[in-house]
Write a protein that binds this ligand. Structure first.
Ligand SMILES: Cc1ncc(COP(=O)(O)O)c(C=O)c1O
Length: 465
């Protein structure tokens, strides 16, 4: 063994203590740290990787060169995209995931743990036991894996087996419908060879981002035998709107389509009694995507992928027959259901955080985040120069400067973010440039939302003067 490696092995305690010291100093200040730090002013550095310097010196270099540029995206003042932090228990689980460094798929305990954890989350989300589930890397992958199952189903309906013979789209009959799809749906269709342009946009309900189910029915009736794929939303990214899953379930009785629900963050409506109705009827879906690294507040990269058709999914993701990868049959062979063969033990942080805080803890986080979003929305509605765009149904607040205020919303966003006390992201809502606030961090409380409202109001008032 090379001397430096041997030395590091001998000093493993000091190395871990170094990591703990860095972690403590970061986490203790996360509440006040700047939520967005650019890297354009970073001094250029040419790293010497010749002999190596050992872990402790590498940590020193990291601390001086990169650490000062880390944005507090995991903190309570980051409202961009839909971003969660990490609960203490999730962090513990994630740390141990790296310590144990198991090859999930090959080691029986990780498969057993993943099955157990999926069952706990089915319970949390109120999903019936006929949903098979697995952990994947994020919402995009979850949508992609589920749509791969949908593609295999549609193929079979057309008398083909895409997993064996490749995809024949020459008949042009495979239609995908959605009203307000997340960009990752288009990406998934591209990855899967189904084509971004095969997605047909369904009309939305007036003043909503939710699907007009009557319009969907018209479109489905053009393909009475299908097969079609409908991608529904449990939480649109702009305004957190939901499609009507009861109505979509009823349509499934009449038309031949696969119903996929993208509930990347909105799936968490299921965990809070006041918001459960938003996902009412979602059990009629064929597949559901829910992120873990958003509202569950576990570290990146983790999401749930649920399907009622694991057999079809397996046809797509079955790894070749390799005797050394066959398990002993006592645990689920997850690698035959997902893209990766070798996988990180993703169920561990998710298990820790749910065991630690329980259904009640998550009901409280979701309830609090939604209440604060609603409060912020009310404040914005009441401000003379701002328009609240869309009702606050969940945890997203979408707004813009009133058209006749003379304030440029882009400039307003720049002014808000320039405080570097909060970070919000832009969007386009009904062809209008707008600003989004997503409240999904477990630490965000009343104090943070009061400060956020004040920052928005001050920036607006200053631009009006
Ligand atoms: C509705 C929706 N679907 C999918 C995704 C993609 O998730 P990820 O970034 O975890 O891949 C997001 C991310 O914001 C989302 O909001």
């Amino acid at each position: 063994m090379k001397t430096l490696l041997k030395k590091d092995l001998e000093q493993i305690d000091e190395i871990l203590e170094g990591a703990i010291a860095v972690s403590k100093s970061y986490l203790h200040h996360l509440g006040e740290a700047a939520p967005n730090i650019g890297v354009s002013n970073m001094p250029k550095k040419a790293w010497d990787i010749g002999e190596g310097i050992g872990a402790q010196k590498a940590l020193d270099l990291f601390k001086s060169h990169y650490a000062p540029y880390i944005s507090a995206t995991a903190g309570p003042n980051f409202y961009g995209y839909v971003t969660g932090g990490s609960t203490p228990a999730a962090l513990l689980g994630d740390w141990l995931t790296s310590v144990y460094d198991q090859v999930s798929s090959v080691t029986p305990i990780t498969a057993k743990h993943e099955s157990d954890t999926i069952a706990l989350y089915r319970e949390l989300f109120g999903l019936p036991s006929d949903f098979f589930g697995s952990f994947v890397t994020g919402g995009t992958t979850s949508n992609m894996v589920n749509l791969a199952g949908a593609r295999q189903w549609a193929n079979q309906q057309m008398g083909q087996d895409g997993s064996k013979n490749g995809l024949d789209t020459s008949s042009g009959t495979l239609k995908v419908f959605a009203a307000t799809p997340h960009s990752s749906t288009y990406k998934s269709l591209s990855i899967l060879g189904m084509g971004r342009d095969n997605l047909e946009l369904v009309q939305r309900l007036p003043e909503r981002e939710a699907m007009d189910v009557a319009d969907l029915e018209k479109r489905l009736s053009v393909h009475p035998k299908g097969p079609c794929i409908v991608v529904a939303s449990a939480g649109t990214v702009n305004t957190g709107d939901f499609d009507d899953f009861h109505a979509l379930g009823a349509l499934k009785e009449k038309y031949n389509f696969w119903l996929h629900i993208d509930g990347a963050f909105g799936g968490f409506a299921a965990v809070n009694e006041a918001h459960q109705h938003l996902v009412g009827g979602w059990e009629s879906a064929d597949s559901i995507a829910i992120d873990a690294h958003k509202w569950l507040n576990v570290p990146y990269d983790a999401a749930f992928q649920f399907t009622k058709h694991p057999g079809l999914q397996r046809q797509v993701f079955q790894n070749g027959n390799v005797p050394y990868l066959e398990g002993d049959g006592t645990t689920q062979d997850f690698m035959n259901y997902v893209p990766e063969n070798s996988r990180r033990w993703r169920s561990l942080p998710a298990w820790f955080t749910l065991l630690a805080y329980g259904k009640e803890g998550y009901a409280e986080i979701v309830g609090r985040n939604c209440r604060l979003a609603k409060e912020l929305g009310d404040g914005i509605k009441g401000h003379g120069q701002l328009d609240l765009l869309g009702k606050v149904r969940l945890n997203i607040v979408c707004f813009a400067a009133k058209i006749d205020s003379g304030i440029d919303t882009k400039v307003l966003l720049e002014k808000i973010n320039a405080t570097n006390k909060v970070f919000l992201t832009p969007t386009v809502y009904k062809e209008r440039f707008a600003i989004r606030v997503a409240v999904s961090n477990w630490r965000t409380g009343q104090k943070e939302i009061n400060e956020l409202y004040q920052i928005i109001a001050n920036a607006t008032d200053a631009l009006k003067e």
